[in-house]
Design a protein around this ligand. Sequence first.
Ligand SMILES: [Mg+2]
Length: 190
Amino acid sequence: MKIGIDLDGVIADFVSGFLKFYNLKFNENILFENWQSYHFYDNLRKTKEEEIKLIDEFYNSNFFDDINLIDGAKKGVERLTIDNKVSIITARPIEYKEKTENFFKKNFSMNNWDIFYSEKPKGVEIDKKSICKKLGIELMIEDSQDYARGCADEGIKVLLFNQPWNKNSREYENVNRVYNWKEVFREYKG
Ligand SMILES: [Mg+2]
């Protein structure tokens, strides 16, 4: 099977890393559980431009190098790779390539995935579903409810990885919620 796996919120715990950076910088105490929107500017009540600036600053800090794996992701991704063609499909901009590749080198013993980035300039919504279509992805594992639905509309089966920012999304055809990597395995052949 051709499987697409999103990076942030599924493999990499981007939000926790960002919150360490943000809370220290601004002397705040925003909790992961309270990160209710996929969009950083919504959670922080900032503009899209301010969000891009902040995430760039985060990228250039050591906090970005210390982004952790999500529980079970290493085993999960490597196990799926044994029987399937796995592609990493991220909305990170191509400018973040270097540290993104370092993350995989640091955390994985195998490295045989192609990583697809937003090729568009930063701040422009990436059309993830068209990357999936182009690659012939049959199953996508994703934490954004919008990308999940976009893929589902194209007939791609989606596992929506449960996170505080998607927990209120309603049921959708072709989209099944999973709560952890163990559940990914329970669902992926179903
Ligand atoms: Mg994501």
